[in-house]
Design a binder for this molecule. Structure first.
Ligand code: DGJ
Length: 732
């Protein structure tokens, strides 16, 4: 509290001394500092580790010789367009009289203490000519060193205005160099990183897919400064746009070698009109900064996400058996009930029924038909879902269900009856993604319909314990009948789709607060911190080959904690041992998608033991700290370590990711992290395949200091390509 008053006092003192205002927004380690100039415009002057003497921030601007003799300014806190700005703007408005210029002047700011840990700074800027108001919001999570930044724009003019660009955040970074790590992919190949130095000019990352941006390029990046960061060293900013639609990140290295970063919803095809007094709130841009490398930055973001963002992020999760790869669309009631025993046998909590259970006129027997017609298929499930729920409950497991409520197959009753609910061009050929089209969630009637799908399933079967919410199509044919009939511009569609989706999910969460829901998207996860406020977990990829997953989960783990990563053991890659597949899946939220009765005796025994082991250590995976010890990009060997908050237990996963030389790759011990140096620990191998013996001497006791300074050799080799170690503090 004292700190809060100090911050306000400090801002006031500086105003009176220098006549220009300094706004410093600080977390426990990191500061973002802005200052007004003599024209009352607000500029960034610092982003980095905070100074011990905040009064020294007032000295910074004197050394920033940014605008020389000319008018150009690059470090504006929210760059308008059409006046002095000659760089990429954050905001572009066509005013009610058609004038495309905007100027923003500082008016006031205030800081609200939302809790001991969370402070919200709001800065009001206005256009002196047009009176349009812009509020910049900075929510700071002190201990997690995480910032959440967004903007609202309010039309104070007598007539409509049009927003042509409306960024969430505009930052300015000064450093010697900048290295961007971006991610790209495609179905089953998601989250592939590329790191490169940013040169002068613009670099843009964006999505125009409408939905599931993650398919090609997720709304997330890592920016290293003064050299490429490592896990333990370097300045790094990790960022995510909390928005499940089109996004755009712009990186502009300017003539002073500094970096302007503009992040927000993509304005592509999305000019947005505001009536007088209407407000537009942008998506929230989430970022964390560390000068101790990516590992610390990720742990910041994970702690923030578990505590403040992911639905039930600090809660528990259910292990499950899914039938997608086990049956695809080919099942009936008897076959499904037959699989339930497998779930019980494995010891998981739940059976998850996937795609194919619905539609009658056009049965959902393939991905070509039935999507949209959410009544049980009578031929497959003559006794409905209720029967399955009760059969599952008889043998003591829970039951979950797959839906894909935002989409429709043209071959469906929904499409026949409600073409007006579908995003499609009225007079053109339709283009499909996985044989389907997207429903028009800008339409409140369609929002009600989609909510109704969820609600009806639960009203009829309140015991359903889990939902997998899939989303396979992208937005082709972008056109909304609803917007047309309402006289609203088509350019509202991409934004209003996401707002509509969030409105549905709000209602789902209000009425069904307890149900775990997986965010799925034909692999690829469709994951971002906008969606995750409603979902307990996301599906990383349809690709469950363990080696591919080691890489993908490594990359996802920069941004998302393991509690949110659904990882299943499947037969996608049968060349890999069941142990390797299960060990990798145990680094996330464990599930299986196999026919348990088809497992060999030893494989089944292994899986049963692995589920028990997972139950014993999942608390550490879900709620502990992650240390990425060895990157699979640097050696043919990867190593991940999870440590509980008390530093009493740790689980270390080590994998051989290439067997080119068939040797023992981890000949060097791996230095562990996050332990207590003065505590003693035992090291035990777990998840051993039946009949194999460990190479580890489990009687030896090591100090935390030893394990962190000298390290431990998991002895991974071609014959031991997946090793799980349990490190336990010795209690006297
Ligand atoms: C895509 C998902 O990623 C799969 O797991 C499965 O649910 C299919 N959709 C079903 O159509």
């Amino acid at each position: 509290m004292a700190r809060f008053f100090l911050t306000i006092l400090y801002a006031l003192v500086l105003q009176s001394v220098v006549g220009q205002k300094i706004i410093s927004i600080e977390s426990s380690k990191f500061a973002l500092v802005m200052q007004t100039d003599d024209l009352n415009r607000l500029h960034h002057i610092y982003l980095g580790e905070k100074l011990s003497h905040p009064d020294e921030y007032s000295k910074i601007s004197k050394s920033l010789l940014y605008n020389g003799n000319n008018e150009d300014v690059f470090n504006n806190a929210y760059t308008p367009s059409g006046t002095w700005n000659i760089a990429e703007p954050a905001l572009q408005i066509t005013h009610s009289d058609g004038n495309p210029s905007t100027e923003l002047e500082y008016v006031s700011h205030n800081i609200i203490r939302m809790s001991d840990n969370v402070y919200l700074t709001t800065i009001l800027l206005t256009d002196p000519v047009y009176k349009t108001e812009v509020n910049l919001f900075f929510k700071v999570y002190q201990n997690e060193n995480t910032f959440e930044q967004w903007t609202s724009i309010e039309n104070k003019e007598p007539q409509k205005i049009e927003l042509k660009k409306f960024a969430s955040a505009n930052l300015y970074l000064r450093n010697n160099d900048f290295f961007l790590t971006q991610f790209h992919g495609s179905w089953a190949e998601e989250m592939q990183p590329e790191t490169h130095s940013l040169t002068h000019g613009m670099k843009v990352l964006d999505s125009k897919l409408g939905t599931r941006a993650h398919l090609y390029a997720p709304p997330t990046f890592m920016l290293s400064m003064d050299g490429v960061s490592t896990e333990e060293t370097g300045k790094v900013l990790l960022a995510n746009l909390a928005w499940s639609g089109n996004y755009k990140f712009e990186f502009e290295k300017d003539r002073y070698d500094n970096l302007r970063l503009i992040a927000g919803a993509n304005s592509y095809g999305s000019e947005y009109q505001l009536n007088p007094q209407e407000q537009f709130e942008t998506p929230h841009f989430i970022y964390t900064y560390s000068e101790n490398g990516r590992g610390e930055a990720s742990r910041n973001m994970h702690s923030w996400a578990r505590k403040y963002r992911i639905y039930d992020g600090e809660g528990e999760r259910l292990t499950l058996l899914n039938n997608w790869e086990a049956t695809y669309f080919n099942f009936n009631e008897e076959k499904l009930v037959g699989l339930f025993g497998g779930a019980k046998d494995l010891g998981v909590d739940l059976f998850l029924l996937d795609d194919g259970w619905f539609a009658n006129k056009y049965p959902r027997n393939s991905d070509r038909s039935g999507l949209g017609d959410w009544t049980e298929n009578k031929a497959k499930l003559p006794n409905g879902l209720g029967y399955l729920v009760s059969e599952a409950s008889k043998i003591g497991i829970k039951f979950g269900i797959w839906i894909e409520p935002e989409m429709v197959n043209p071959k469906s009753e929904l499409y026949e009856n409600h073409q007006d609910w579908v995003i499609r061009q009225p007079d053109r050929k339709e283009y499909y993604y996985r044989n389907q089209l997207v429903l028009d969630l800008s339409n409140p009637e369609v929002q009600d319909y989609v909510y109704g799908i969820f609600d009806t399933i639960f009203t009829k079967n309140p015991e359903i314990a889990y939902v997998k919410w899939d989303c396979n199509a992208v937005v082709y044919n972008a056109y909304s009948d609803y917007l047309h009939n309402k006289g609203l511009p088509q350019s509202h569609l991409y934004i209003d789709y996401v707002k509509g989706l969030y409105a549905i999910l709000e209602k789902v969460r209000k009425n069904y607060p307890k149900v775990p829901i997986m965010l799925c998207s034909g692999g690829g996860g469709r994951v971002d911190y906008g969606a995750l406020q409603y979902f307990t977990e996301f599906w990383v990829s349809d690709n469950t080959a363990p080696i591919d997953r080691v890489f993908m989960q490594w990359n996802d783990s920069y941004f998302y904690p393991s509690i949110a990563m659904s990882a299943h053991v499947t037969n996608w890659d049968q060349k890999s041992s069941i142990k390797f597949r299960t060990d990798v899946a145990s680094m996330g939220k464990l599930g299986f998608d196999i026919v348990v009765d088809e497992l060999g005796e030893k494989d089944k025994l292994f899986c049963q033991e692995a589920v028990k082991n997972y139950d014993s250590f999942s608390n550490i995976i879900w709620h502990g700290d992650l240390f990425r010890l060895q990157s699979p990009y640097e050696k043919p060997f990867a190593c991940f370590q999870y440590v509980d908050k008390e530093k009493d237990r740790s689980i270390v996963f080590s994998y051989l990711v290439s067997d080119r030389f068939q040797t023992m790759y981890s000949a060097e011990p791996v230095k562990l992290q996050g332990l207590d140096p003065i505590q003693n620990y035992t090291v035990k191998e777990t998840n051993l395949y039946p009949g194999t013996r460990t190479r580890i001497d489990e009687k030896v006791i090591y100090s935390g200091e030893y394990l962190m300074k000298i390290g431990f050799n998991p002895e991974v080799s071609a014959r031991r390509n997946s090793v799980v170690l349990e490190i336990t503090a010795v209690t006297n």
